[in-house]
Write a protein that binds this ligand. Structure first.
Ligand code: ADP
Ligand code: ZN
Length: 599
């Protein structure tokens, strides 16, 4: 056996981990050698270690620029637990507290300093930094420099000064945003042309992707939570504030521990709820996308979407908040025709210029294609980001329960000609009534019972017709006229189908989402209840409460799982558990050993 390198030693003794993942070691060595790096790694990939370990090993303090106060606090809390000397400087500190941190810095007592970008440019900070030995600069969430992205932070543009003022201090920029354009912008704006790029694959294999047909969304959500996630932490995304409030109240009434979160709430209430989400176990946050960045909670076990995200990028980012700890997690979404209509309407009514709108429509189309996907969803998702997955993943709904297709050419022709013959003035419900030959008052009044398409669609039921129309709209064969209350109209691309020149294979929707647990889904421990698991979690909760920190900074779920499996009997065995470093061993081993030995 070769002697471990200093980086490997720190990994084991400080963090309690046995080996590096992916590019971690290469990145660390690159920084230790004094070079710059640009790191693209998915959420949960382990970006923080890439700058934390070099900061510990290099002389001086590592300066981490981070866009959100909550993120900084979380990281510093976790580092202090590991016995790493870390602090932050941001607007949450009083003048006195900030001065204390500055004194620690000047006394060379800190290994890591987290700082807000706007603070970095202040004259006081420059004066302070000029007196310090700096190990490196880490720019976290580096995509915040991108003006096209949704997380743009003007202060990030100032970060180019690091390059100018400290040309000899290594810099590392990190992001989980994969796309080429953002990457180029980061390089340009941060002056990283000479930085080495470390790009990891963007797959999140522990996340199971599922998109089901929307019937009764709230009830479907409840069934999903009750079957697979009772007592787990999760995030439920909704489009509107009202829906957030309604859904959260309804879940609470059904006995689920849920809280709302949206931009219409006061800052104070929002930060209180966010704090509760971090500190408590098993809380479900029902939120608009206002809730997102800065949620570093590693054990979010599911992300549910009750409304369709506007793009695959947004979907991937939001679902990516599940399972940062690498343990199994679910990304679950309900989706239906109304979603398509609502989002298309929002886009067409937005005040953006035409070129911009066109891009947004394309993005929505890509999202719809993902929803209607009949092959492996993960392959489709990754290929959107330019990553190849050679084989179907086996951990998404289409892999677990293969989707059947059917020849929908005739049905599509019937639907399209029904749209045409009734004058392209009606919405989907009415069109289905005509196809099914319902002689209701309106149909008779408008004499649509005389149309050649009246009653020609009896081979399918109402739900199946909904499915046909949804797919026609999703594929752009039919457009929705928002000025006329959602009337459907033919588009040019439907002609080949109408003329019989092009066959149309459609997705066969499963009749009703089964309330039974989907194949292969397990709770974390593989069983509904496990007394040792509960006892370990309770111990963690007690310790966390006394210290006023989130339970996961004491030990991650993965570490408790490892204890559950290995059942260490003494300190020596406990030290081998992944996630138990020297300091945590000293602080907590006895308490957890007692729990294990009691069983
Ligand atoms: P990111 O910032 O890329 O989303 P983090 O740095 O928060 O990811 O790491 C995600 C999780 O993986 C954390 O719980 C971290 O402790 C854990 N982790 C990182 N590197 C390793 C490793 N080499 N071995 C085991 N766990 C790791
Ligand atoms: Zn798959």
């Amino acid at each position: 056996m070769t002697t471990p390198s200093p980086a490997e030693q720190v990994l084991k003794t400080v963090f309690g981990y046995d080996r590096f993942r992916g590019h971690q070691l290469a990145i660390i060595n690159h920084l230790l050698a004094g070079h710059d790096a640009l790191v693209l790694m998915p959420t949960g990939g382990g970006k923080s270690l890439c700058y934390q370990i070099p900061s510990l090993l290099r002389d001086g303090v590592g300066i981490v620029i981070s866009p959100l106060i909550a993120l900084m606090q979380d990281q510093v809390t976790a580092l202090l637990q590991l016995g790493v000397k870390a602090a932050f400087l941001n607007s949450a500190l009083s003048f006195e507290q900030a001065r204390l941190v500055e004194q620690q810095l000047l006394a060379n007592e800190l290994d890591l300093l987290y700082i807000a970008p706007e603070r970095l440019t202040a004259a006081r900070t420059s004066a302070l930094f000029s007196q310090l030995k700096i190990a490196l600069f880490a720019i976290d969430e580096a995509h915040c420099v991108s003006q096209w992205g949704h997380d743009f932070r003007a202060d990030y543009l100032q970060l180019s000064l690091l390059h100018e003022q400290y040309p000899n201090i290594p810099r590392i920029a990190l992001t989980a945003t994969a796309d080429e354009k953002t990457q180029q912008e980061i390089v340009l704006r941060l002056g990283l042309t000479h930085a080495q790029l470390f790009r990891s694959g963007f797959d999140r294999p522990n996340i199971r992707y599922r998109i089901v047909q929307k019937q009764n969304a709230k009830q479907q959500l409840l069934t999903f939570i009750e079957a697979e996630h009772l007592g787990d932490a999760g995030i439920v995304y909704c489009l509107s504030r009202k829906k957030v409030d309604d859904t959260s109240a309804w879940l609470t009434a059904q006995g689920i521990n849920a809280l709302p979160y949206h931009a219409g709430m006061s800052n104070e209430l929002r930060s209180r709820y966010q704090q509760r989400f971090l500190m408590e176990e098993g809380l479900v946050m029902v939120a608009t996308i206002a809730f997102g960045m800065g949620i570093d909670k590693p054990n979010v076990r599911f992300v549910a979407h009750l409304d369709l995200p506007k793009s695959v990028e947004a979907y991937y980012q939001e679902t990516g908040r599940a399972g940062r700890d690498g343990l199994p997690a679910n990304a679950w979404m309900v989706y239906g025709l109304q979603d398509v209509i609502t989002l298309r309407r929002m886009l067409s009514e937005s005040p953006a210029d035409e070129a911009h709108k066109r891009i947004e429509f394309h993005k929505l189309d890509a999202m719809l294609a993902l929803c209607e996907q009949v092959h492996c969803r993960r392959q489709a998702l990754l290929s959107y980001f330019g990553d190849q997955l050679d084989q179907a993943c086996g951990n998404c709904d289409t892999c677990l329960e293969p989707v059947q297709t059917w020849d929908g050419t005739l049905a599509a022709q019937q639907a399209l000609s029904c749209v045409y013959r009734s004058g392209q003035r009606f919405g989907v419900h009415y069109l289905i009534d005509i196809l099914l030959g319902k002689s209701n008052e309106r149909i008779i009044k408008l004499e649509h019972d005389r149309l050649s398409t009246f009653g020609i669609g009896k081979a399918l039921d109402e739900q199946q017709w909904h499915s046909v129309f949804r797919q026609l709209v999703a594929r752009g064969l039919v457009a929705v006229d928002f000025e006329r209350f959602g009337a459907l109209q033919l588009t040019d691309s439907c002609r080949p189908v109408l003329r019989g020149e092009q066959a149309l294979m459609l997705r066969k929707d499963s009749k009703q989402e089964k309330s039974k647990r989907s194949k292969g889904t397990k709770t974390l421990t593989g069983q509904r209840t496990n007394s040792l698991w509960d006892a370990l979690r309770n111990k963690r909760k007690d310790i966390a409460e006394v210290q006023g920190v989130p339970p996961y900074v004491i030990f991650h779920d993965a570490t408790l799982m490892a204890m559950l499996e290995a059942k260490p009997k003494n300190r020596q065995q406990m030290a081998r558990i992944s996630g138990v470093g020297a300091r945590k061993l000293e602080l907590y081993a006895d308490a957890f050993l007692a729990v294990i030995n009691e069983q």
